[in-house]
Design a protein around this ligand. Sequence first.
Ligand SMILES: *Cc1c(COP(=O)(O)O)cnc(C)c1O
Length: 222
Amino acid sequence: MLISENVNALRQTIDLTKVTVVAVTKTQPQKMIRQAAATGLTVFGENRVQEAAEKIQSLTDLACQWHLIGHLQTNKAKQAVALFSMIQSVDSLNLAKEINRHANNIGKIQDVLLQVNVAQEQSKFGIDPQSVEVSAAEIDGLTNLRLCGLMTIAPFFEDPENARSVFQATKSIFDQLKSKFAARDYFKWLSMGMTHDYIVAVQEGSNMIRIGTGIFGARDGR
Ligand SMILES: *Cc1c(COP(=O)(O)O)cnc(C)c1O
């Protein structure tokens, strides 16, 4: 299927006035990203800094934003701050501090999301649900970061219905923080849902979905 057909089909299933689509471009060549941009998509997600750097530099003519959605090593924080409008994958306080330091060095206010490992899977990055409140408060105190919300990756279930409780739990943590951060109008994003489970995620309150294969078709590996 053509990218434009995929995007049209996706748009029929969600209310675009309420949900932002992050088109996940990892492994995709420039040409495909240009096709996605031509459908009106403006937010792109990459999960590796090095791969993203090359693409971003060759696509500077596109009016789009780039989000980092994959685990970030502290030694690449400097590069990430230079490249991404939002870092969705802040999964430790130490990383948040490194991002803050580099943002401060270049006079940038860096938008970030805190990644929560709600299902507490060993294989996944993210802060444990019981530590989120303390971590969020500390991040809120870092002057060059804007904590804009939460991100989660649900475990893979054959039936996405089984991910519903994970999305519900994330939404409940999000709502608690949102009331705490009521004065921060930028604390508003709940990034959850991928191709396989975004319908359930949106039903449970997601307002940012990260879609790769649903737009570009199957990819090899990650
Ligand atoms: C690859 C990836 C996605 C997109 O996955 P699809 O199943 O292709 O939609 C979303 N979020 C993260 C963090 C990813 O690494």
